[in-house]
Ligand binder design. Structure first.
Ligand code: NAG
Ligand code: NAG
Ligand code: NAG
Ligand code: NAG
Ligand code: NAG
Ligand code: NAG
Ligand code: NAG
Ligand code: NAG
Ligand code: NAG
Length: 411
């Protein structure tokens, strides 16, 4: 009998990792130990596992080694059983295990499941609603599969999930859960505006990752409700409008990624409250106005990327700006005059720039034809992709031109 012989369950490494990832209060959850529903027979879990094998694994998949004549299913690769209810499966963990096909409803018979970790497989079709009925499930990781369709209501109305990772699928509807600490829906095909309800998930502390979707419209003001959130990534969508100043209410933010959207307007003043922020990436939007001077006072900041926007005016000089290696304020080369510290330009117009020189030359010319050209050239040389960078011959020719222009100015 399955239950009798399964007394020494194996703990495969993957399962151990998956469980180790769970936040510590999971142990509280597990202290309210599941009790077996009356209809469960001792081999319910064995039958459900064999059903999964039949539907998800051919001869190549990791489940192929699950021998149907062996009652020792607790030591099958990827299967972990409960220590107290020794015949009940609490964790399924098969990362990159060549599983394919649609997750069958029989997974809903593994009623003690707390953790399902099946990333990097070729699971497709819809997520079965039966998954949402697993009352003890707190961790669900189906990232990097080919799942499609909507997230079932039974999942999205759940109140017990702490982690759901459905990144890299083709899902097209957003779900949300009350006790969720982390939600990763990146690299899906979510479109339309971000549902406001998402921002009522005040338990979300670890992270919200909606990056690499086709989300559009404005960022709802309600985003300020995520007061415990440490990491927000809404990069690489088509979000437009201004950055809501309520985002400054998310005072626990450590990482803010909004790059690759269509956001415009100024960087909001309340960002001064983001005192714990270590990285802020606003790269490639259409933000305008000045780079706020208060960034100097955000002393935790390690990375600031405001490149490829329409920012103007002087670049602050204190705080993080002292360490140019961590600040990206690149602009398109043609915008260089706006990004250059106006001090350089204005002082040069006053003639101060060459007050050591006795040649009586034209300082404005020297800025325009030498310094600006040189900065443009160095920006071109630092373009991200090699094909955008000029060839060595072109650089040489340009340097010679600049040198000649300079020589001409200085007689
Ligand atoms: C076990 O699997 C073999 C081969 O896949 C099959 O012939 C056999 O009927 C199965 N036995 C049970 C009890 O399911
Ligand atoms: C779940 O288990 C019960 C009892 O073993 C069985 O009758 C039922 O068919 C199973 N459901 C699925 C979806 O496999
Ligand atoms: C889900 O699994 C992938 C692949 O193993 C892993 O990189 C990712 O961190 C997991 N997600 C969570 C939220 O633990
Ligand atoms: C979300 O998932 C993607 C793909 O698996 C991964 O690259 C990313 O780091 C995850 N986000 C977070 C916040 O862990
Ligand atoms: C989103 O940002 C978070 C925090 O910096 C990062 O861990 C994650 O990898 C990013 N997501 C993707 C898909 O790159
Ligand atoms: C960017 O903003 C400027 C005004 O600041 C506007 O003229 C331009 O059309 C905007 N570009 C995009 C792509 O939204
Ligand atoms: C920051 O900006 C540079 C270009 O200025 C870009 O190459 C880079 O990917 C951006 N992001 C980070 C995190 O450095
Ligand atoms: C050059 O500028 C400095 C600072 O403005 C000034 O003190 C100095 O007298 C100037 N030198 C000449 C030769 O004008
Ligand atoms: C210096 O150059 C600027 C711009 O080319 C020009 O307007 C100005 O008249 C020049 N001044 C002198 C003194 O040559």
């Amino acid at each position: 009998m399955a239950s009798a012989s399964a007394g020494t369950p194996g703990f495969p490494v993957l399962a151990a990792i998956a469980l180790a990832c769970l936040p510590c209060f999971l142990s509280i959850a597990s202290s309210s130990a599941p009790t077996a529903p009356p209809h469960d027979t001792p081999d319910t879990d064995l039958q459900a596992l064999l059903c999964l094998k039949l539907r998800l694994s051919g001869t190549t998949g990791a489940m192929a080694s699950w021998r149907n004549d062996s009652a020792q299913y607790c030591s099958w690769p990827g299967v972990t059983c409960s220590k107290r209810h020794t015949s009940r499966v609490v964790s399924l963990a098969l990362d990159s295990a060549s599983l394919h096909g649609q997750i069958p409803p029989c997974i809903g018979n593994l009623t003690f499941l707390r953790s399902v970790h099946l990333p990097n497989n070729k699971l497709n079709g819809q997520i079965p609603p039966e998954l949402g009925n697993l009352n003890h499930l707190t961790y669900l990781n189906l990232s990097y599969n080919g799942l499609t369709g909507m997230i079932p209501n039974s999942l999205s109305s759940c109140s017990r999930f702490q982690i759901i990772d459905l990144a890299n699928n083709f899902l097209d509807a957003l779900g949300y859960c009350k006790n969720l600490e982390a939600l990763n829906l990146s690299h899906n095909s979510f479109s339309g505006s971000i549902p406001k309800e998402l921002f009522t998930l005040s338990a979300l502390a670890e992270g919200l990752d909606l990056s690499h979707n086709q989300l559009s419209g404005e960022i709802p003001l309600e985003i300020g409700g995520l007061i415990n959130l440490e990491s927000l990534n809404i990069s690489n969508n088509q979000l437009s409008g201004i950055i809501p100043s309520t985002l400054g209410d998310c005072m626990h933010l450590e990482s803010l990624h909004m790059e690759g959207n269509l956001l415009h307007g100024a960087i909001p003043k309340p960002f001064i409250n983001l005192r714990g922020v270590t990285e802020m990436d606003l790269f490639q939007n259409n933000l305008s106005g000045e780079i706020p001077e208060f960034f100097e006072s955000l002393t935790s900041m390690k990375l600031l990327n405001v490149s490829f926007n329409n920012l103007q005016g002087p670049v602050p000089t204190g705080g993080i700006f002292q360490n140019t290696g961590e600040v990206f304020i690149q602009a398109f080369p043609q915008k260089i005059d706006e990004v250059l510290d106006p001090y350089i330009t204005s002082s040069s117009e006053d003639g101060d720039l060459d007050n050591n020189s006795d040649h009586g030359n034209n300082a404005t010319d020297s800025v325009d034809s030498c310094i600006v050209q040189l900065v443009k050239l160095s920006l071109l040389c630092s373009m991200e992709t090699p094909k955008d960078r000029p060839t060595m011959q072109d650089v040489y020719a340009e340097v010679i031109t600049i040198k000649e222009a300079f020589a001409a100015l200085h007689g």
